[in-house]
Design a protein around this ligand. Structure first.
Ligand SMILES: N[C@@H](CCC(=O)N[C@@H](CS)C(=O)NCC(=O)O)C(=O)O
Length: 211
């Protein structure tokens, strides 16, 4: 059986949710924080990042969007595979969430990679929060225009990635209260059985919160 390597609190939750939604026969191996930089895992993914999906023949697929595309193609039902428009929109949304929104978190997670002094690091972090505010406003608008339930109007893996991003906002000075559609989406996701299973097997708790 293939194995998905995850770590608590990370973007690997998105493929973990996708696997739960499709009940795909993929084992979840939840690394302890720090183990992603140890030799055993670096032999699997030399990038030292999660997620990584290892197949039975030893081949390894990395990158959230690639893993989600594989999981959808390999285990999604025929309706999902036939819905070409949803597929295109999903690829667009996932690419945006990964290359724009996730990437914008760089200075938040590791300001030392962008600047040396404390003051300069604060500056790059603050710039990142400004940028992220724009991204959250955009995603809030997309969700609203899609009918407020699912990011693309129909359940897709974009909802799984969006949920990860709406958890991370709690680590920033931004507030989910400023993005009511995203706040309601996060709450709905946490009532979803697949999401709860995925959280449990990644040793994570729902964020909770009212309304
Ligand atoms: N572009 C990669 C990014 C993966 C990534 O940044 N993973 C983070 C967790 S969200 C990680 O493993 N960080 C550990 C580190 O950089 O030390 C993807 O989409 O899979």
């Amino acid at each position: 059986m293939p194995t998905l390597y995850t770590m608590p609190g990370t973007c690997s939750l998105a493929p973990n949710i996708a696997i739960a939604w499709l009940d795909a026969p993929i084992e979840i191996h939840n690394l302890a924080r720090g183990d992603h930089k140890k030799d055993a895992y670096l032999a699997i993914n030399p990038k030292g990042k999660v997620p990584a999906l290892q197949f039975d023949d030893g081949d390894v697929l990395t990158e959230v969007t690639a893993i989600l595309a594989y999981v959808g193609a390999a285990y999604g039902d025929d309706d999902y595979a036939r819905d070409k428009q949803l597929g295109r929109k999903e690829a667009e949304a996932l690419s945006y969430m990964s290359s724009e929104v996730h990437a914008a978190y760089g200075p938040h997670f590791a300001a030392q990679r962008f600047a040396d002094s404390e003051a300069a690091q604060k500056e790059v972090r603050d710039k990142a929060y400004d940028k992220l505010a724009g991204h959250y406003a955009r995603m809030n608008g997309v969700l609203k225009n899609s009918g407020n339930e699912w990011y693309l109007g129909t359940q897709s893996f974009a909802d799984a990635f969006l949920y990860v991003l709406c958890r991370w906002i709690e680590q920033t000075p931004l507030s989910i209260d400023d993005y009511p559609a995203l706040k309601a989406h996060r709450k709905r996701m946490e009532a979803n059985e697949g999401v709860r299973n995925a959280l449990k097997r990644q040793a994570m708790e729902p964020i909770g919160g009212s309304s």
